[in-house]
Design a protein around this ligand. Structure first.
Ligand SMILES: NC(=O)C1=CN([C@@H]2O[C@H](COP(=O)(O)OP(=O)(O)OC[C@H]3O[C@@H](n4cnc5c(N)ncnc54)[C@H](O)[C@@H]3O)[C@@H](O)[C@H]2O)C=CC1
Ligand SMILES: NCC(=O)COP(=O)(O)O
Length: 349
């Protein structure tokens, strides 16, 4: 939605028993939100969490398509979705899995209808959605891929200072962008999932979207090996020789600037990161611990390959903190700012 008030972003509450609802409350109660945000969720839940945290908040219930007011401290527009059952902080209830998914569907529908340019998601709990019987659910990333009807998406996490910089530089806690070749998979399934065609699709999306959403015109990407020492010439695994190297060679021949495959234990050091715009890790816990060490609480998660902007926080539902006002809202603020910037840079606003 392109108009003078700035891009409209739909913010889903995520798991109602987690910290998502109170982060949405903090976003609007503690300062003017950094963009025009409308929360997709249960207004009574938000009012209850605001009261629990002692925050003053005016909740304005609207329908998709209604004008969204300019951001102002203390004001939170809401597109209502009703909880299926009362929700208590820290206590998961399978009954509310349908609520969580309905908020995502509503946000996607609003983007498709042009009522929002993108969505920002507060964390959901994958386990409770699976326990509720949504077989195969593995996260927002894959759910949004299917809802948007695309074949492949890429999860990218970026620390705050990497969101704008042309070239992230490592300063032991500095700027970093890390994308994943595989996402929510059991470790024993990772190797089989790293096929040549998949790796090529992931690299093409990463390359194109670094340019589209981040303004990096000729991205340089450093690629991790899968095995220790990138396979040690085939002695510690053959995925590098059989799959990764042939894909990198083919894409280099098309003009992509790709380093690697490099041993993942030393890739994340200043010499190898110098001049690199993003790192591609082969699996979740190869890349994300480094990213979170560098910038937990001031990083965001971005889904590349979608026809809409989607950002999210760098953390989960933190059930241990829910309802206590102890959660750090930093990552949500980064995710909202980034989504607005991406929409502008990508020509959506
Ligand atoms: N974007 C999303 O929807 C995400 C969802 N998850 C889901 O969240 C659930 C819990 O996952 P965990 O691995 O326990 O990760 P978690 O991020 O919820 O918690 C890990 C640790 O970080 C702390 N923490 C998390 N967010 C914080 C914040 N904003 N401020 C201060 N401390 C914070 C927690 O208290 C806990 O000690 C799982 O179901 C997971 O799948 C995890 C990551 C992202
Ligand atoms: N570790 C990132 C994560 O679990 C977030 O996944 P998603 O719900 O954004 O797909």
């Amino acid at each position: 939605m392109a108009d003078a008030g700035g891009p409209v972003l739909a913010l889903t509450t995520g798991e109602p028993a987690g910290i998502g609802p109170e982060l949405a409350v903090m976003l609007a109660a503690d300062a003017a939100p950094p963009a025009r945000v409308v929360v997709v969720g249960d207004p009574a839940l938000l009012a209850e969490r605001a009261a629990m945290l002692g925050r003053k908040l005016e909740l304005v219930t609207l329908a998709p398509g209604d004008p969204i007011p300019a951001p102002r401290q203390g004001l939170l527009p809401v597109w209502p979705v009703a909880l299926r059952a009362p929700s208590h902080p820290g206590v998961l209830d399978v009954a509310n899995a349908g609520y969580v998914l309905e908020t995502l569907d509503a946000a996607v529908a609003a983007c498709h209808a042009g009522h929002a340019v993108g969505m920002v998601t507060a964390p959901l709990h994958k386990g409770v959605i699976l326990d509720a019987g949504h077989v195969g659910f593995s996260g927002h990333t894959e759910y949004l891929r299917d809802r948007c009807g695309v074949d492949e998406v890429v999860m990218l996490l970026a620390t705050d200072s990497a969101l704008h910089a042309r070239t992230p530089e490592w300063r032991g806690g500095g700027a970093l962008r890390v994308a994943l070749a595989t996402t929510h998979l059991a470790l024993r399934e990772v190797s089989d999932a790293i096929t040549g065609p998949r790796l090529a699709r992931v690299l093409r999306i990463l390359h194109a979207d670094l340019s589209r959403w981040f303004g990096v015109s000729a991205p340089r990407i450093a690629v991790c090996g899968l095995n220790p020492h990138a396979g040690e010439g085939g002695h510690l695994g053959r995925e590098e020789l059989d799959v990764i190297i042939p894909v990198l060679e083919a894409l280099r021949a098309e003009g992509m600037a790709l380093d690697g495959p490099l041993p993942a234990d030393t890739l994340f050091t200043p010499r190898h990161l110098d001049g690199v715009d993003a790192v591609l890790a082969m699996y979740h816990d190869q890349g994300l611990p480094v990213l979170k060490y560098a910038g937990f609480g001031r990083a965001a998660n971005i889904t590349l390959g979608l026809p809409l902007v989607r950002t999210s926080v760098d953390h989960g539902t933190a059930l241990d903190l829910a309802g206590r006002g102890l959660a750090d809202p930093g990552s949500l603020e980064v995710a909202v700012r980034l989504a607005a910037d991406m929409a502008r840079r990508g020509g959506l606003a």
